[in-house]
Design a protein around this ligand. Structure first.
Ligand SMILES: [Zn+2]
Length: 145
């Protein structure tokens, strides 16, 4: 990895696993200007499928899920990094035993985890989920996920 300041090569001066080895934190130093910075390395999660209620299978898309959560928790005082961390933890569980997961399970887990961060946020997310008047509304939301 190149130095963000001067674009020279860098060396790793410290490396440690955090969160039970789910993530590796590396302290790096530029060999030229001696600037120090930290990088985080984690498993890239694209290897499981999501099964929608209409039985359609789509690849898991973290960005879409993250956007839907951020939209629901808008105007609560939750930091994005809390959502990032929550999703990293959940993804680790989701891909532990299975190669697929249902959208229902994803929502249930997200709501459960949000409760631990903020009750308000969990209610908002759940209300987005349960608010739908018709089956079509609900399907539309499923398709957007
Ligand atoms: Zn440098």
């Amino acid at each position: 990895m190149l130095c963000p300041k001067c674009n020279s090569s860098t060396k790793v001066i410290d490396s440690r696993d955090i969160e039970d080895g789910k993530e590796t934190r590396r302290r790096r130093e530029c060999e030229q200007c001696e600037y120090r910075f930290t990088t985080y390395e984690r498993l890239s999660i694209t290897r499981f499928m999501v099964i929608k209620s209409n039985n359609e299978k789509v690849p898991y898309d973290r960005n879409k899920l993250e956007k839907s959560i951020i939209k629901a928790i808008n105007k609560t005082n939750i930091d994005i990094w809390q959502i990032e961390k929550m999703l990293s933890d959940l993804e680790f569980e989701w891909m532990k035993n299975k190669q697929w997961i249902t959208t229902k399970r994803i929502w249930k887990d997200v709501i459960d985890r949000l409760k631990q961060i903020s009750i308000v946020a969990s209610i908002r997310y759940a209300s987005v989920y349960y608010w739908f008047q018709t089956k079509e509304d609900f399907q539309k939301f499923l398709d957007e996920l």
